[in-house]
Design a protein around this ligand. Structure first.
Ligand code: NAX
Ligand code: K
Length: 486
């Protein structure tokens, strides 16, 4: 799914109004019906709802939803800190339409903690730092313990960038219209959204298809469209051979996790290159994998006959011995331009070694977490700068960068960025990255292109993490549990 900017969404609204055709007020009604339907299906009528109304069209949505839910039997009241003359025309029409039985709250300080607050103070129309009275209202809301549901986006949040010092409503749920907004997926302010629910409001498909955007949200439909079929008349040779170069003394766990994940990818064969003394964990846990043994306690020599491998993953628990760096260099020289995944210690070796950077083939996959990313691309001060640095580095090495975190971002060399829609904070634990590396290496061996392996791998890894969290709980789940659900 494309992610359009706030300006493009406004244009999509305008185009839909002109070409469907539908009036602006009816489009607002359609959006509000969708929001109200979600609330009816998910929020009990026992909870009183207080609508916080702004003067723009986001406020108009709030007033329309209040009316619809009032007629559906909800206990609704509204708080409107503006004069009628200040409202946009659509907002004013919805104020006119509001049944007089709905209570007008004049002092937000007096609400009970039972109220669910429906935040429709500001939507995509916000510009710059917040002005009064909204600044004080949003601060007050954030000091309350009430549940907050934001319409379109948490009030105050700017749709893309510039949220570092912005005051934003802290929502528990955000019901976002048509597309998630980029800022919701970035660490700067993404936390303010709570759970993100995307509600389609029927904006013009043709317009959306023809509007260019470098940003995409990964959906299940897209994942299903890129999945490869497994043929009936096939054998293990059909599905490729993954080589993992992982582990060092005391770090056999990383190699074991990567191996287990690769074995779940659908590839035909998995070989793990590991120090001789560290081989037991893999033998005991994953007898389906083969091994290539290194005489040293770290990666010191290139596995024999590299041509038999269809993809190579390197880095998990590798350590940064000088000889490992040299072996990495030899590996790149000896490889047959197979697709690569470079992770963890191999990324740090890459960051510190210009000669290795010069030798890496095109179209490989790098999987840094934020710390490793900084070593590769340098420091950044905000999300916009970070994304630009990542795009530049990906273009420079003509490869894919997977920036791990909540809503992991996959940046392709052409600048397109895909944001993940699965995963949870229970995955922020040691070993999750090793599972991802092993899985993506397996997908590359299986025959996926680098871009599809990266996108599919990140999505399925997150989904498996969500299933592990449902089984074990977000605190208790660990990285090995992710493998069980791949
Ligand atoms: N037909 C449409 O255009 C549709 C619009 N929709 C809703 O409309 C919203 C966008 O509406 P608007 O463009 O009217 O914008 P908003 O409702 O986000 O608010 C704009 C108002 O906020 C004020 N404002 C801007 N920055 C501020 C700041 N820093 N501090 C204090 N006040 C500030 C502006 O003066 C303006 O009056 C969407 O988010 C969505 O909820 C939906 O109803 C779908 C259809
Ligand atoms: K809002």
């Amino acid at each position: 799914m494309k992610i359009l900017t706030g300006t493009q969404i406004k244009e999509a609204d305008r185009y839909t109004i002109e070409h469907e055709p539908i009036s602006s007020i009816d489009l607002m009604e359609r959006a509000s019906n969708t929001i109200a339907e979600w609330i009816c299906n998910n929020i009990s009528k026992a909870s009183p709802l207080l609508f916080l109304i702004g003067k723009g069209n986001n406020g108009g949505d709030g007033l329309a939803v209040a009316r619809i839910l009032f007629h559906a039997g909800y206990d609704c009241s509204v708080y409107l800190p503006f004069e009628k003359e200040q409202l946009t025309s659509e907002c004013a029409v919805n104020l006119e339409r509001l049944p007089s039985y709905i209570e007008r709250v004049t002092d937000i300080k007096r609400i009970s903690n039972k109220h669910i607050l429906i935040d429709s103070l500001l939507g995509t129309g916000v510009k710059g730092t917040l002005k009064e009275p909204l600044l004080s209202i949003i601060k007050k809301v954030n000091s309350l313990s009430n549940e907050v549901i934001s319409i379109d986006l948490p009030s105050g949040m700017m749709s893309e960038f510039g949220n570092t010092d912005q005051t934003v409503i802290k929502a528990d749920i955000t019901l976002t219209l048509e597309f998630p907004k980029l800022a919701m997926l970035l660490p700067e302010a993404g936390e303010y959204c709570g759970e993100i629910i995307t509600l389609p409001i029927g904006l013009n498909r043709e317009y959306i298809e023809h509007t260019p955007s470098l940003y995409h949200y990964i959906t299940l439909d897209y994942i299903q469209s890129i999945r490869l079929k497994r043929e009936k008349f096939s054998h293990k040779g059909t599905y490729g051979h993954a080589l993992l170069i992982c582990g060092s003394k005391g770090m056999a766990g990383a190699a074991t996790l990567a191996t287990g994940a690769a074995l779940r990818s659908g590839c035909g064969l998995v070989t793990t290159h590991i120090p001789y003394n560290e081989r037991f964990a893999i033998q005991a846990n994953y007898p389906s994998a083969m091994m290539s043994l290194d005489d040293e306690d770290y990666f010191s020599s290139v596995p024999k006959d590299l041509s038999k491998y269809s993809a190579i993953g390197i880095g998990c628990g590798l350590g940064q011995e000088h000889q490992t760096g040299e072996a990495f260099k030899e590996l790149l020289a000896a490889s047959y331009k197979q697709p690569f995944v470079i992770d963890a210690d191999a990324l740090n070796i890459l960051a510190d070694n210009y000669h290795i950077k010069q030798r890496i083939p095109e179209n490989i996959i790098l999987t840094p977490h934020p710390g490793e990313l900084k070593r590769l691309v340098g420091e950044w001060h905000n999300e916009e700068e970070k994304i630009n640095l990542v795009k530049r580095y990906a273009a420079d090495i003509k490869s894919i960068i997977i920036v791990k975190g909540a809503h992991t971002m996959i940046c392709l060399p052409d600048g397109n960025c895909y944001f993940n829609s699965t995963g949870n904070s229970g995955m922020a634990k040691g070993g999750s990255g090793d599972v991802l590396t092993g899985y993506i290496t397996g997908l590359l061996a299986r025959g996926y292109s680098s871009a599809h392996a990266a996108i599919l791998g990140v999505y399925v890894h997150g989904l498996a993490g969500d299933k592990a969290a449902a089984r074990w709980g977000i605190e208790s789940m660990n990285s090995k549990d992710i493998i069980d659900f791949l």
